[in-house]
Write a protein that binds this ligand. Structure first.
Ligand code: FAM
Length: 436
């Protein structure tokens, strides 16, 4: 059975569960929420559903029920590599099943078939000012391809069918996914490598091909695979996932939806934090002439950052209340990679891990003093020579697309409603609070 047939079977099994919940148990309360949650960005309000990943505050992310180490262990590995195929991970996110080698190969072949970036996208990228942020370029390239949406075309021709429209979304998402790595690589080479480009190598998988197209070493191929998988999904409430879902809920197609999600990812409190982390860390190292500081020196620098009203980038999280396992996974990669283990920048990042949580605890504001994914990712990129901070969020975006596109395929399959939470006025909240 091919991926689409497996997915169809899963969807047919899942639909009655959702229908039953809404029809028979629609009045059952899920929870209550407070004024602080209403004003405070909806923290903790359970108003989204996804089966693709779940974020436990203490344990971190599980993809389809599996922790990060379990996911890496279970998926078919690329021959000669310790890391799995990104394509197999896509299969897992969509279906909940660990694919066989053959099932993984089906996605590898499908994405290869779809991977050609249209010339008009290249033209648009080239027409943008060369100093445009790579995230703006990435988002523009994605939305430019909207004209190719099969979903939008069929909808406009009156062929919308609630039961089968997920199939068009599925096709759009596969085409889009296949092109994201070549688009990212094109932006990278155009902006930072003298506008010289490296064609895709048809013998390589998605992650390896990205490494190849940006001109990286063989070792970096595993970095790309790891990076895309780790950044893929973090349940539905984070800005990029939620935005993609929200826009898709208006029956906007995958191109409009992903482009919107990417714009959200570009914010410094979200995906751009990895850029901020590295800038902050590098500046610090530069000030000290490349020497890793003492614990005391570092503690002072952290306080200086906090006292000047800035956040410590890479620390804290809206949901997590412990060290992010995505951080741990990348830290282990560093510890297991000779060269990286003793790399001064990694040593500094490791020292920040020792010092920052206590400082943040003493500071007393952040609910989570532990590092998130972004505190580690930049150092690995820098070590391999991807030193253009502003590009890091594009890497995040390629990974994040896996999660959000799998989610919007399921959104269509389960017919999730257009999003429309209710707003209230400040006076209404004052009345609820009994102060008016
Ligand atoms: N340094 C200093 N202060 C922090 C902090 C940090 N790392 N994290 C949170 N706080 C402050 C926060 O600014 C807020 O202060 P005010 O009450 O003055 O507004 C207070 O602590 C309570 O915030 P919270 O409830 O603990 O966090 P939020 O849920 O509001 O925000 C983050 C979550 C991630 C936006 C926040 O922790 C932060 O700004 N961290 C630094 C930026 C960062 O690393 N972002 C990446 C997040 C990552 F997971 C991702 O999306 N890629």
């Amino acid at each position: 059975m091919g991926l689409k047939d497996v997915l169809k079977k899963k969807i047919d099994e899942q639909r009655p569960r959702t229908t039953k919940l809404v029809k028979e148990f629609g009045d059952v309360k899920v929870g209550e929420y407070t004024i602080a949650q209403t004003i405070g960005g909806g923290r903790g309000i359970k108003s989204l559903v996804t089966d693709i990943s779940y974020l436990d505050p203490m344990e971190g992310i599980r993809f389809r029920g599996m922790t990060i180490p379990e996911t890496f262990a279970a998926l078919p590995k690329v021959p000669g590599s310790d890391y799995p195929y990104v394509e197999g991970f896509w299969y897992l996110l969509l279906t909940g099943d660990v694919p066989t080698v053959e099932q993984t190969q089906e996605v590898v072949d499908m994405w290869k078939e779809y991977a050609q970036v249209p010339q008009y996208v290249i033209d648009i990228l080239r027409a943008m000012p060369r100093d445009s942020h790579p995230m703006a370029m990435f988002s523009a390239a994605i939305v430019a391809m909207q004209r190719e949406s099969i979903f939008a075309k069929n909808y406009s021709e009156g062929k919308f069918n609630k039961m089968t429209c997920w199939e068009d979304m599925y096709e759009d998402c596969n085409i889009l996914m296949a092109r994201l790595a070549p688009i990212g690589a094109y932006i990278y080479r155009m902006k930072y490598k003298g506008d010289t480009h490296i064609p895709a190598d048809p013998s390589l998988d998605f992650g390896a091909n990205f490494a190849h197209m940006i001109g990286q070493s063989k070792e970096y191929m595993d970095v790309a695979r790891m990076y895309f998988i780790l950044h893929s999904d973090h349940e539905s409430g984070n800005v990029s996932a939620h935005t993609t879902h929200l826009v898709a809920s208006a029956l906007s197609d995958a191109y409009y939806s992903l482009s919107a999600g990417i714009n959200g990812l570009a914010g410094p409190l979200h995906g751009l934090a990895n850029e901020e982390v590295l800038r902050w860390t590098q500046n610090f190292l530069e000030k000290l002439g490349g020497e890793v500081p003492t614990k005391e020196g570092l503690e002072k620098a952290l306080w200086d950052t906090l006292n000047s009203g800035q956040v410590i980038p890479g620390y804290g999280h809206a949901v997590l209340r412990k060290t992010d396992p995505r951080y741990t996974s990348q830290r282990e990669f560093c510890l297991n990679t000779p060269g990286l283990k003793d790399y001064p920048l990694f040593k500094l990042v490791a020292l920040i891990f020792e010092v920052a949580p206590d400082v943040l605890l003493k500071h007393g504001k952040a609910k989570n003093p532990w590092p998130n994914v972004d505190a580690q990712s930049g150092v690995i990129q820098w070590y391999y020579g991807v030193t253009q901070y502003e590009f890091y969020t594009v890497l995040f975006g390629i990974g994040r697309a896996l999660g959000v596109l799998a989610n919007i395929t399921w959104d269509r399959a389960l017919g999730y409603a257009i999003e429309r939470p209710k707003s209230v006025t400040t006076a209404m909240l004052e009345e609820v609070a009994g102060i008016k």
